[in-house]
Design a protein around this ligand. Sequence first.
Ligand code: SAH
Ligand code: SF4
Ligand code: F3S
Length: 457
Amino acid sequence: MSSTRKRLFIKTYGCQMNVYDSERMKDVLTPLGYESSETPEGSDLVILNTCHIREKAAEKVYSELGRLRPLKEARLESGDQMTIAVAGCVAQAEGAEIMKRAPVVDLVVGPQTYHKLPELIARAARAKGEALDTEFVVEDKFDKLPAARQVDGYSAFVTVQEGCDKFCTFCVVPYTRGAEWSRPVDQLVAEIRGLAAMGVREVTLLGQNVNAYHGEPPAGREADGPWGLAQLLRHLALIGGIDRLRYTTSHPRDMGDDLIAAHRDEEKLMPYLHLPIQVGSDKILKAMNRQHTYAEYVDLIGRVRDARPDIAISGDFIVGFPGERDEDFEATMKCVREIGYATAYSFKYSRRPGTPGAAMVNQVDEGVKGERLQALKLLLDDQQTAFNQAQTGQTLPVLFEKAGRLEGQLHGRSPYLQSVHVQGPAELIGQIGHVAIESVTRNALTGSLVLPATVDS
Ligand code: SAH
Ligand code: SF4
Ligand code: F3S
């Protein structure tokens, strides 16, 4: 292995699973002498870890590649190299097409093969065109990645499940991430113990469909058969040093009673649930192949709230799916009013090549989509502000993650994932302390420390 120092710039698009993958790419490349850089200028290797979920996300990659071209040319003129790699879901979906459309790209690597980056970089240096790997063997990736992770900070992501078998008719994920697959429990315990040893206090378990987790049980428990997410969470809660557990994203169909019960009685499991419904109309739910009705979702949220009354519910919404009439959109607005979301993401339907939705004849006019999105966003913003306002006067345990923007300020997260700002000493970073909430905005809470400053030291 080379010990020459090289500069690596990674730009990450898309979901938290890409954030996790980017961190792991750094772990793979560090032994080769790569050090992280904040900018692409002067980098030996630039990786764009891309997202294909909506057209805008995918197109961003090509505009970024356009910006990188002069940088690469400038380096070549001064006798240096700049290897440009496209990774992630656009790489998986478009493969070699990327190099045709953007010849500046040296290599393309899919989400399941980035552990082979060292080999691909070497191959790209030899001959153009060979450096493409978009195979689909997830097991291989997790076996071959370095055991040790470098993390900075106190909250870490861990991918526990990959891929999706749901085939919602609007979505590219089953095509870009492949079939649903879960990592073995022991492998996750080892990774999370390692994170705890580095000072990590909070772990968010990631999966496109994380509550469909069904991993190989730990050694000695083979008779159990595959473990579900609830069992995994209860087991991880036993790891010393890890005080907070979260998971995302869940599908309503896979929200079992055992997981709901874990929200009732597992103290380390934070009271926050991202459970998207997408739309409120049964007709559109069916056309989207979501495999449940509106009434089933409402009943499910009711049971979750019975188990954990203060739980923050978050969601995703799509407006303008093919065939959505005004009354269907009204059903989405009614859903939001009825459920009450702490926070939510909302998107205009984007026609993704290769998905069933793209071929549907009754596409909705872009202007109509825009109007619907605006109305929905206003309602969701109001709900987020109201959810935050309800915390005024409360005292919340906050995990302080880093210094805030202002002098002497700390930034942390409440159990409900809200940003919290407070004046306090830097020694509290990495600790959980109590904060009396005094004022709120839509995006953050502000308060003062309640003494004694920490709940755990
Ligand atoms: N697995 C998750 C979602 C993953 S994608 C789930 O089942 O809920 C994240 C979000 O992007 C989706 O929830 C959806 O709201 C949005 N999205 C996915 N495909 C889209 C498309 N074609 N157009 C617009 N939004 C889309
Ligand atoms: Fe996409 Fe549906 Fe799978 Fe979520 S459940 S990743 S929306 S296909
Ligand atoms: Fe995007 Fe791929 Fe994630 S399409 S949302 S980066 S799984």
